[in-house]
Design a binder for this molecule. Structure first.
Ligand code: BG6
Length: 512
C-alpha cells in the first residue's frame, strides 16, 4: 500500500487537497466504464487517503441490483482493472458506504428515490454533503438524466444553496456543433457552468499535465516556441486495437469524433496556447479556447487538409486480424473512418505558417501517443549533408503513452579522429525517474471534480469551438459516402493519403 508520505506523486497532496463530504452517484453503474475506470479510480483514491472522511458511493441504473451485489461487482472490477491489488481493509471502508438505487433514466420517481436516499445518507453523516453526479451512460439518455436531476431538485442546488451538487458528463459531448450546443443548453437549464465537469480523460493523464509543466515551468522553451524556430508539429494518437466489441457505438462515431475532436485536439490546444495568467481553471481554459478559435477552417475537396481511411485485413502483434468491414456488427458498406489525418493552420502571431499535423487510428502498429515538435534546421550549416554528416532536425517529443517521458533529438559528433555527426536522443523516462505506479487519469479527474477544480475539464464554449472546427469535415464526409475513403492494412501507419497530406508541405510522418 502506498504511504502518502512516501509516494513521490502524493507528497503534500492529501494535506492540501481535501474534498468535502461527498456522495458520488454513478449513472450507468453496471456499465463498462464504471467497472474499468470509475470504481478502480475511487478505490485507488481511497488507498491514497484522498477520499473525504464521509465518502459515499451510490450506483444508479435500470437493472435491479441489491446493494450487496453491487459491492461484489465493484470488488471484482477492482480485482480485474485496478492498478493496485484489492486490499480488503481499504475496500471494506469504501464498501461500507456503497449502495445502489434502481431506477429508469426517464423516470422521475427513480430520481425522487435517489434524492430520499441521499437525504438518508446526510442524516447518517449528520450534515449536508455535496452530490457529484457522474453521467456514464450512453449519450441517448444524457438529456433525460439532466432533466430529471433538475425536476427532482437534485441538480439546481448551487449558488446560495446550502448544498452543492456537481455533474460530471462523459464523452461523447455531442456528435456535431448543433448537438453539442443543444446539450450545453440542456445542462445550463439545470446547472451553472461551474457545476459542470465535461470529461476528456486525456487531460487527466500525467504526461498531458506534464506538457503544461514543461512549457511553463522551464524558461528555455518559451523563447523558441514559435514560428521563428518551429518548423512543424505532429500529434499522433495511435492504437493497435480494432473496434472490438464497440461496433454499435463506433459506427455512429468514427475516428474524427471519437479521437480527433476531443483527445487529439486537446493535445493541440495545450501545445499551441499562449501562457495563461495563472494555473486557474478559467485562465487556462480561456487560452485553450482562444487558440482553437484561431485555427483556420479546414480545407475540403481537392487539396484537402484531410485524409480518412478504414483498416483492411492485416497483422497486428503477429496475429492476423480482419478488416473493419469484416468486423462483427459493421455494415458491409460502412462509411465510418477508423483513421483520420488532418493538417491545421493556426492564424496567429505565434504560429502563422507552422503546419500542425494530427493523426489517429485504430489497428496501427502499436499503441502510442506523442506530440513531436520539429524545429527548423540551422541556417547554412557548416556540416554539409554528405561525407558522414548525418543531421536530423532537432525534435522535442512528448511521449504521452506508453513509455511516458520526453525526448530531444540533437546532432552529436561521432567519437573518432574525423568529424562525423549523428542524431542522438536525450530522454527522460517517468518510470526510471519516478517509478511506474502512476495514477490513472480518472483518479485525478474524480478527485478534481470532488474538490471543485475544473482545470482539467472541458468548458462548454471549448466543446463548441472544437465542434465548430470539425463539423464541416463531418458534413462533407457524410455527403461523400464512401467516395475518398482509403484503406490501410491493419498493422500499418495509415493510408497513402496521409503520406500525401504531409508530403505536400515537405514533411514526413515520424515513426513514433
Ligand atoms: C476513448 C475512445 O475515448 O479513448 C476509444 O472512445 C479509445 O475508442 C480510447 O480506445 C483511448 O484511450 P486511451 O486512454 O487508452 O488512450
Amino acid at each position: 500500500m502506498a504511504d502518502p508520505e512516501k509516494h513521490p506523486f502524493l507528497q503534500g497532496l492529501s494535506k492540501h487537497r481535501g474534498a468535502p463530504p461527498t456522495v458520488v452517484v454513478i449513472f450507468g453503474a453496471s456499465g463498462d466504464l464504471t467497472a474499468r475506470k470509475l470504481i478502480p479510480a475511487i478505490y485507488n483514491l481511497s488507498c491514497d487517503n484522498l477520499l473525504p472522511a464521509d465518502f459515499h458511493l451510490v450506483g444508479y441504473g435500470r437493472k435491479a441490483i441489491a446493494d450487496e451485489e453491487f459491492r461484489t461487482m465493484a470488488a471484482s472490477a477492482i480485482r480485474d482493472f485496478s492498478r493496485r491489488e484489492l486490499d480488503a481493509e481499504v475496500w471494506g471502508r469504501v464498501a461500507a458506504n456503497t449502495t445502489y438505487v434502481a431506477g429508469g433514466y426517464d423516470e422521475k420517481a427513480g430520481f425522487d428515490r435517489l434524492g430520499a436516499h441521499i437525504k438518508d445518507i446526510e442524516k447518517g453523516v449528520g450534515s449536508e454533503v455535496q452530490s457529484l453526479f457522474y453521467i456514464s451512460t450512453p449519450p441517448s439518455v444524457f438529456g433525460p438524466i439532466i432533466q430529471n436531476l433538475g425536476a427532482s431538485g437534485l441538480g439546481g442546488m448551487y449558488l446560495g444553496s446550502p448544498r452543492h451538487s456537481k455533474v460530471i458528463i462523459e464523452k461523447p459531448f455531442g456528435r456535431d456543433l448543433d448537438s453539442a450546443r443543444a446539450l450545453n443548453a440542456e445542462l445550463r437549464s439545470v446547472f451553472e457552468e461551474g457545476q459542470v465537469y465535461r470529461i476528456d480523460h486525456y487531460l487527466g493523464k500525467e504526461t498531458v499535465q506534464d506538457l503544461l509543466v514543461q512549457r511553463f515551468a522551464n524558461a528555455i522553451f518559451e523563447p523558441i516556441w514559435n514560428r521563428n524556430y518551429i518548423d512543424s508539429v505532429q500529434i499522433t494518437v495511435a492504437e493497435d486495437q480494432g473496434v472490438g466489441t464497440r461496433a454499435g457505438y463506433y459506427e455512429q462515431s468514427g475516428c474524427l469524433r471519437d479521437m480527433i475532436q476531443n483527445h487529439t485536439t486537446q493535445l493541440l490546444a495545450l501545445t499551441a496556447m499562449e501562457p495563461p495568467g495563472s494555473f486557474e481553471a478559467e485562465a487556462l481554459r480561456d487560452e485553450k479556447v482562444k487558440v482553437l478559435k484561431a485555427v483556420e477552417p479546414i480545407v475540403l475537396g481537392a487539396a484537402a487538409d484531410t485524409a480518412r481511411a478504414q483498416y483492411a485485413a492485416g497483422m497486428t502483434g503477429g496475429v492476423s486480424v480482419p478488416g473493419y468491414l469484416q468486423e462483427k456488427g459493421i455494415a458491409p458498406q460502412s462509411a465510418t473512418e477508423t483513421f483520420a489525418a488532418i493538417r491545421l493552420s493556426i492564424n496567429n502571431w505565434r504560429w502563422h505558417g507552422v503546419p500542425f499535423y494530427l493523426r489517429s487510428g485504430k489497428r496501427m502498429p502499436r499503441r502510442v501517443s506523442e506530440i513531436a515538435i520539429q524545429f527548423k534546421c540551422p541556417p547554412g550549416t557548416i556540416f554539409p549533408r554528405k561525407d558522414g554528416f548525418n543531421l536530423a532536425p532537432n525534435t522535442l517529443s512528448f511521449q504521452i503513452q506508453p513509455d511516458e517521458g520526453l525526448g530531444l533529438i540533437l546532432n552529436a559528433k561521432v567519437p573518432g579522429l574525423e568529424t562525423r555527426t549523428q542524431p542522438v536522443k536525450m530522454s527522460f523516462r517517468y518510470a526510471t525517474t519516478f517509478g511506474s505506479n502512476t495514477p490513472e487519469a480518472y483518479e485525478r479527474l474524480v478527485l478534481d471534480a470532488m474538490i471543485g477544480d475544473g482545470t482539467l475539464f472541458i468548458r462548454g464554449d471549448e466543446a463548441e469551438t472544437s465542434w465548430k472546427l470539425y463539423t464541416p469535415v463531418l458534413d462533407y464526409w457524410r455527403s461523400m459516402g464512401r467516395e475518398g475513403m482509403e484503406e490501410y492494412p491493419a498493422g500499418s501507419w495509415g493510408p497513402p493519403g496521409a503520406e500525401r497530406l504531409i508530403a505536400a508541405r515537405g514533411h514526413a510522418w515520424r515513426q513514433p
